[in-house]
Design a protein around this ligand. Structure first.
Ligand SMILES: [Zn+2]
Length: 77
């Protein structure tokens, strides 16, 4: 088993492990992850989705975000 001693946390305490906001599973090191970030001026329901996801889990959310961004552009803000 490979043990990585290069964590920046030193000893003591558990290193922070990102958790996917969609499936609630840990995002292991090396797994692809995606950040979802809705801005403050956007819908608070969308802001609630902000966080770290598995890349695959983020896809539907990012596509919603893209559609939403496009809609905003059409609506002129
Ligand atoms: Zn996930």
């Amino acid at each position: 088993m490979f043990i990585d001693n290069s964590t920046p946390y030193g000893g003591g305490g558990e290193p922070w492990v990102p958790e996917c906001r969609s499936c609630r599973q840990i995002i292991a090191q090396g797994q692809k992850q995606a950040q979802v970030r809705f801005e403050r001026h956007e819908d608070t329901r969308l802001q609630a989705l902000n966080g770290t996801y598995h890349e695959a889990c983020a896809k539907p959310i990012l596509s919603v975000k893209r559609a939403y961004d496009a809609m905003r552009r059409f609506g002129g803000g």
